[in-house]
Design a protein around this ligand. Structure first.
Ligand SMILES: *Cc1c(COP(=O)(O)O)cnc(C)c1O
Length: 239
């Protein structure tokens, strides 16, 4: 049973969209330079359909099996772009490639190689973002900032993928003095590595509670779930 209020989606989406635009303008940025990814994980396909009817095109999913099922159920929605934003296991790369415009959270050679293999088989080039653990939390996925340079070097040798940018999930802001610090860190890491890896263009950072801060630091993709779809039903049992 899902409790997602599908009828509320269009209005919430409009509010988030307006707020994303305001944040971009306040930062002196072109609103078109920020892509709003509507994070629909654990919400039913009807919620995605409602957002699509309201003009939303970019959607983020986190669980490979759930993603594959929804993608099949929504194959009729023209122009929809899927983003895979979750932790991916190598053996599930085939559920994600081809058909995903951006894979947001890779941090391991085994996964990059699996994605590359799958992309070559399908005759596509898969854009990926490398996840950085900007808060250096022991429980979080992502590469330590110090390890990023060497990892990019290794990943860049894998054919079939393009290193399109960086992604982070910072610790909750709480009462941290500088809410923007982790986002600034990711921006600086991109700037430090783009000379060597010219395709490193994108910054996926910011969620429902902190996307304004992320946009102020240059986010090109914000991943917003709760503010659009409401509280999440539980993670699907099959994953
Ligand atoms: C679930 C999720 C989001 C969305 O989080 P909200 O707080 O609901 O906006 C964003 N990014 C990632 C990686 C997620 O897993």
């Amino acid at each position: 049973m899902s409790h997602t209020d599908v009828h509320a989606v269009a209005a919430r989406l409009a509010a988030v969209r307006a707020s994303v635009e305001r944040s971009a303008v306040a930062a002196g940025r072109d609103p078109a330079s920020v892509t709003l990814v509507a994070v629909s994980k654990t919400h039913p396909p009807e919620a995605i359909r409602a957002a699509w009817e309201a003009g939303q095109r970019d959607f983020g999913e986190s669980y490979a099996q759930e993603f594959a099922a929804k993608r099949a159920a929504l194959a009729d929605l023209a122009g929809l772009r899927w983003h895979f934003i979750g932790a991916l296991q190598s053996n599930k790369a085939k559920l994600v490639v081809p058909g995903t415009s951006l894979v947001h959270a890779v941090d391991r050679a085994s996964v990059v190689e699996a994605l590359g293999r799958r992309a070559r088989e399908a005759g596509v080039v898969q854009d990926v973002l490398v996840e950085v653990n900007v808060g250096a939390e022991s429980t979080k996925a992502g590469l330590a900032p110090e390890a990023l340079g060497a990892a990019l070097e290794g990943f860049s040798r894998v054919e079939g993928i393009r290193l399109a940018g960086l992604m982070c999930i910072p610790p909750p802001a709480g009462d941290r003095d500088d809410r923007r610090a982790p986002f600034r860190r990711l921006r600086e890491l991109r700037e430090a590595n783009v000379a060597r890896h010219g395709s490193l263009r994108l910054l996926s950072m910011g969620m429902s509670d902190d996307y304004a801060d992320a946009i102020a630091e240059g986010a090109t993709h914000v991943r917003v779930g709760t503010a659009i779809f409401g509280e999440r039903p539980r993670k699907p049992a099959a994953e």
